[in-house]
Design a protein around this ligand. Structure first.
Ligand SMILES: [Mn+2]
Length: 474
């Protein structure tokens, strides 16, 4: 049903003048408003149909009758109703597109993709529709990593050239079929998040500007017990890519020696992630503790190459970011497209590919072919859930030797046994924290509160429910 050039696509016409707002419009993010006047492309290369709304510009656009079901060719030169009648669109002046769109039929649901031709990746010219197509093509592989997992929506409503909006909660108006899961923060606040269980959900999110999926490491049925330990390898500034690859191979060894199987993937940005499926028998504290023990063991083995140091001023080489395993932290999922200029994909690898992998080879335009030819190295991850006991033993040995907990990310409540959470070079007095205790979110006033731009200091970003961007850095 996707409209590759010249191919028929199945669309349905929207309500025309003054039509009701669709749920995705109701959920429009700040900034969406300025898209309202985008004129439709007259080349006929667009999919979808104009919603007739006079908003000031004059442009002749085809008008479609209420509720008409059409088969619309991508070139717009043949328009047939389901019964094969030729429909000749009338032209109407003094109209401009609120936004053209296409309806995609996926998993028995009609999913509306507004502005499918909007360019999200200017360099290669890839559009929102290209992203939707990608996810439809790789659905099976992508779902392995997001199924049943509450997922934060990182919305690039105007493509990658603008900062995303981090949105934890799904909009109030969503389709009846949309699946969600409610996560709780230590403060007791909750958020109803997307649970993307099929292609319709993936594309529904793409329509809202999602490019990469950022799921919880736990599944909806038991959100207190993660089934994924995430090893996030981040090169510190100036560190070469090969150091990341070599560190990943050390991670593999440590995991194997502790009874676990790691599934490596490019992050799609500068790093490598190694996902480890674990039995959901340990809580977030224990999974993070196991990840910390692993990070320290990697550093012990290759101290020049890797570090487990939280404070940036003490880091060198490749940072093994154990804190990505703290509750409410998320990492871009496997087969997510990343907001890099060349639309890299966070792509699963076989271990024997890791020493030579070049992340720039794995992109929106190459990964579907790779899946078709090489296959999916992460396809069987769910069949290899391991035990954390080995790593937790390692953590106990660390503790006996004086290596207890390590610093937590900002906005997390002070943890029992956590060392003083102060950057070592500034260890005198700490700035005040305006966030609500126990809430891993930035401080500041609630959304919509006018601050007159006078906020200052720590925690001064508005409380948006979206967290600091660097909470999600990869
Ligand atoms: Mn990372």
């Amino acid at each position: 049903m996707f409209g590759h050039d010249g191919e028929a696509v199945h669309v349905s016409a929207p309500a025309v003048p003054g039509g009701d707002q669709r749920s995705d419009d109701a959920a429009a993010a700040p900034g969406d408003e300025k898209r309202a006047g985008i004129p439709i492309d007259e080349s006929g290369e667009h999919l979808g149909i104009v919603r007739s709304r006079a908003v000031g510009a004059s442009r002749d656009l085809p008008q479609v009758q209420d509720g008409a079901e059409l088969l619309l060719s991508r070139r717009s030169d043949v328009e047939l109703s389901r019964r094969g009648q030729l429909l000749v669109p009338r032209l109407r002046s003094q109209r401009v597109a609120k936004g053209n769109f296409t309806m995609l039929e996926l998993d028995g649901h009609e999913v509306r993709l507004s502005n499918p031709d909007k360019v999200y990746f200017p360099k290669p010219g890839w559009t929102k529709l290209d992203i939707a197509r990608y996810y439809v093509d790789v659905t099976e592989a992508a779902l392995v990593h997001v199924r049943e997992r509450p997922t934060v929506m990182k919305r690039f409503v105007n493509g990658i050239m603008e900062d995303p909006i981090w949105q934890k909660r799904v909009p109030q108006k969503v389709p009846g079929w949309l699946q969600t899961g409610t996560v709780a923060f230590p403060s007791g606040r909750t958020a109803e998040e997307l649970v993307a269980n099929d292609a319709a959900h993936l594309v529904w999110a793409v329509n809202l500007g999602v490019i990469d999926f950022n799921p919880w490491p736990a599944r909806r049925g038991d959100l207190d017990h993660p089934d994924e330990l995430r090893v996030d390898l981040d090169p510190t500034p100036g560190i070469k890519w090969d150091a990341v690859r070599r560190t990943a191979m050390v991670v593999r060894d440590v995991l194997t020696e502790h009874g676990l199987r790691g599934y490596p993937k490019t992050s799609g940005s500068k790093g490598i992630h190694v996902n480890v499926r674990v039995e959901p028998s340990w809580d977030f504290l224990e999974v993070r503790r196991a990840a910390l023990a692993l990070a320290r063991e990697v550093e012990r083995r290759v101290p020049k190459l890797a570090t487990a140091e939280w404070w940036k001023e003490k880091r060198h080489g490749v940072f093994v970011d154990y804190n990505q395993n703290a509750r409410d932290r998320t990492v871009a999922s496997c087969y997510s497209v990343r907001p890099t200029p060349d639309a890299r994909v966070s792509c699963a690898l076989d271990w024997d590919e890791v020493p030579d992998v070049e992340p720039e080879d794995l992109r929106l335009d190459t990964v579907r072919d790779r899946l078709a030819t090489v296959g999916d190295p992460a396809a069987d991850i769910d069949e290899h859930a391991g035990s954390l006991e080995g790593l937790l033993d390692l953590a106990r040995r660390d503790e006996e030797e004086g290596l207890g907990d390590a610093p937590w990310p900002p906005h997390f409540p002070k943890q029992k046994g956590e060392p003083k959470r102060v950057q070592p070079s500034r260890d005198r007095d700490r700035p005040t924290h305006r966030g609500r205790a126990g809430d891993p979110q930035p401080g500041g006033p609630p959304p919509g509160t006018r601050t007159g731009g006078l906020q200052r200091g720590f925690g001064s970003k508005p409380r948006t429910g979206q967290g600091y961007e660097d909470e999600f850095e990869d």
